[in-house]
Design a protein. Structure first.
Length: 156
């Protein structure tokens, strides 16, 4: 049996209760929701919805959710992604950054550079990345996990 919301009529206007604050509003006091079969409105009023979205807004969490969404999207659109990466790598391999990355990766394989097992910034054990402050010095790197590396780029 589907959930039905209690409604009431005052002065000829049908009102619905907000499931968060309990106050009664007309239909324009709620945002539309196409998933709601019967009335097509959300359960919380516009004020509560705004308050909830401000409270739960966290840039780091949003960034992680976006990364998860991108990974799922890459999986769903695999052939297009492979083609795009192939075309991008043709151009990318000619840049100074790519040459620097190649030298650093070769130095890691030869044992000249040693990749640490944890991030020196946060202590995380994710895959550690090399960051180059100066591409003319490919063996001078800072080791960071992907999150700290991205944060470093955003701050500088």
């Amino acid at each position: 049996m589907p959930f039905t919301r209690e409604t009431k009529v005052e002065n000829g206007v049908q009102l619905w209760p907000c499931t968060r604050c309990g106050r009664w509003f007309a239909i324009d006091g709620f945002y539309r929701d196409n998933r709601a079969k019967k009335w097509g409105i959300r359960g919380v009023c516009k004020e509560c919805h705004s308050r909830i979205s401000i409270e739960t807004r966290d840039k780091d969490k949003a960034r992680l959710r976006a990364r998860e969404w991108q990974e799922k999207s890459r999986y769903r659109h695999r052939p297009e992604v492979i083609e795009r990466e192939r075309n991008r790598s043709k151009v990318r391999n000619k840049t100074l950054e790519a040459k620097c990355r190649f030298i650093a990766n070769r130095a890691i394989k030869q044992g000249v550079l040693v990749r640490p097992n944890f991030c020196p910034v946060c202590g995380g054990k994710e895959k550690i990345e090399a960051h180059h402050d100066d591409y003319f010095r490919p063996l001078e790197v800072k080791w960071m996990c992907p999150l700290c590396h991205a944060k470093y780029h955003r701050e500088s």
